[in-house]
Design a protein around this ligand. Sequence first.
Ligand code: ADP
Ligand code: MG
Length: 287
Amino acid sequence: SVPAAILSALSAAARGGVLFKGGAALEMLADVRAFAFDKTGTLTTGRAEVTGLHAADEAGFLRKLAGLEAQSEHPIAEAIRREVASRALIPETVRDVQAHPSEGITGQDDTGPIWAGNPRMAARMGADLPHLPGLSDGAQTLVWLGRGPAVLGALTVADRPRASARDGLTALRRAGVGLAMMTGDRRAVADRIGAELGLLPPEIHADLLPEDKVHLVASLAAQGRVAFVGDGVNDAAALARADVGIAMGAAGSEVALQAADVALLSDDMAQLAAAHRLAQRTARIIR
Ligand code: ADP
Ligand code: MG
């Protein structure tokens, strides 16, 4: 039977919005030596905003891009849909839409195949990315739209750290655990957000594919138990690989929640640090 100390810790954690799928996950958390975090939607709010735009036909560009992103639950897609709605534009109909985690999205409009995403996606389509005057690439995420090798335009999207993220990371650092940020976003964005959160350069990992996150988690696991905190479809494999997978509950994807051992309902990083302390106290009582 489950020790009373564990049951009471599970319910105390639940009151703080940290839901464990079982007592074993709580015991595992007590032994975690390193916490790895996804960036977008985990350490940042995931409520990104469109901050700049460069296209010959701005309305046409936005309608096509919003059509591609119509079904996506990625924070970038939500930012684009909000921008299009605020300009009272109607998204174009785009068929055969397919998400490519950590790269972008592809589909078909009335003329043929189109794509949107980062330089990795552009390279896959044989597109050379032009320098776009007027689009500041200063530590923002660039989203390119193209048809085959032809670039139709680009926009920039910016997100900011969650209010609780910096304090949550500081509390975990004080507890003596290792920290890492792992993102599919570009280096400049990762470095800016990481610095705002008080992370050190070697703790910041950028330009990662979902499988790169898995490999990084595995390499941290060579030094001790690892927790991974993430929200997206692109985090599911890393959540499953970690000793403790922790999913963002409020805005996280269903896939991430299913792959995780713990759900952070409040999205509050201070509660995560508190749950870690609680797990350690509980482990001392029962061992
Ligand atoms: P993170 O690891 O920080 O959560 P992701 O792996 O989800 O970030 O995304 C990494 C990058 O992939 C994004 O910064 C963006 O350039 C590109 N990307 C992913 N999904 C999309 C999408 N739906 N539309 C456009 N770009 C996308
Ligand atoms: Mg994410």
